[in-house]
Design a binder for this molecule. Structure first.
Ligand code: CP
Ligand code: NVA
Length: 330
């Protein structure tokens, strides 16, 4: 049976079937091939998309902009300082206006309800470019990267070390469940994903053969691991005061050489980026001065080592975002 996601929004991935996700992954790989071969794929000429960013971004913004242009589309970028949204105009009114002018809307911001409402009121496909709860476009890039390494992803064990209830970890839980993978959240109890999401994903896992493990035990997390994944310990939108507590909780979960040595010898390291792996950022240096940590969620030896795949992931953001826009707008 053919897969068709035309006209759909892309908000959490929970409403996409495994076949629909595999279709988007296949399309991502095809767009990567076309881009690498220099073959024109501007098949959405005449369409227009708008990108709304209430949080900062490098990868997601650039991926959407380049992907839209490669597809032949026009792009408008709006940040909170340059639009009326929220301050002088309600979300619903903004969505209705944008839906009259644009064929699709990307949103990055805080509450998940905002991206859901944009989809509800605009009448055009809305793509979630990260909220406090989910980061679904990151997932296609991540799984494409895992596929490029291992082929079939079914049965592969991906362990997330760190704040396992953040947007990236939640979305990994969702996609691994959908694709029959072994997902392990390795984190202290208070940083484990919410029960409601876990229960929902466990029901998906019953259908797909996926396995979900929540553990605070690092040895259990790293055992037989194919993909060692981490993310920053404090996400955008969280207060600076939380750093000390988070460092104390997550220091044992740092991805370093000793941890990587306990994974499968063929294991890869992944990170959505940006990352605090050295002192070459203002926050990295501040944390070093305050707490004496030269690296946080991952050490430089792993980040710069042969098992690291984070820059392949970053490139794949563009190919997979192109696939999402194409499939929902074509
Ligand atoms: N991974 C990711 O979303 O990166 P940006 O915050 O730079 O968009
Ligand atoms: N969890 C991180 C992901 C950044 C891409 C954040 O929300 O800041």
């Amino acid at each position: 049976m053919g897969v068709n996601v035309r006209g759909r929004s892309f908000l959490t991935l929970l409403d996409y079937t495994p076949d629909e996700i595999r279709y988007l992954l296949g399309l991502s790989a095809e767009f990567k091939r076309l881009k690498r071969a220099g073959i024109d794929h501007s098949s959405l000429k005449g369409k227009q998309v708008v990108l709304l960013f209430e949080k900062t971004s490098t990868r997601t913004r650039c991926a959407f902009e380049v992907a839209a242009r490669d597809l032949g589309m026009g792009v408008t970028f709006l940040d909170p300082g340059s639009s009326q949204m929220g301050k002088k105009e309600s979300l619903a009114d903004t969505a209705k206006v944008l839906g009259r002018m644009y064929d699709g809307i990307e949103y990055r911001g805080y509450k998940q309800s905002v991206v859901e409402d944009l989809a509800k009121y605009s009448g055009v496909p809305v793509w979630n470019g990260l909220t406090d709860d989910f980061h679904p476009t990151q997932m296609l890039a991540d799984i494409l990267t895992v596929q490029e390494e291992f082929g079939d992803v079914r049965g592969r064990k991906l362990t997330f070390f760190g704040d396992a209830r953040n947007n990236v970890a939640n979305s990994l839980l969702v996609i691994c469940s959908k694709l029959g993978m072994k997902f392990c959240a390795c984190a202290p109890e208070e940083l484990q994903p919410k029960k409601e999401l876990v229960d929902r994903c466990r029901r998906v896992a019953e259908e797909t053969g996926a396995e979900i493990t929540l553990t605070a035990d690092i040895e259990e997390g790293i055992r037989d691991c194919d993909v060692v994944y981490t993310d920053i310990w404090v996400s955008m939108g969280e207060p600076d005061e939380i750093w000390e507590k988070r460092i104390n909780l997550l220091k044992p979960y740092q991805v370093n050489k000793e941890l990587m040595a306990k994974a499968k010898p063929t294991a890869i390291f992944m990170h959505c980026l940006p990352s605090y792996h050295d002192r070459l950022t203002t926050t990295g240096e501040e944390i070093y001065q305050k707490f004496g940590l030269p690296a946080m969620e991952v050490t430089d030896d792993v980040f710069l080592g042969t098992q690291a795949r984070q820059f392949d992931e970053a490139e794949n953001r563009m190919h997979s975002i192109k696939a999402v826009m194409y499939a929902t707008l074509k």
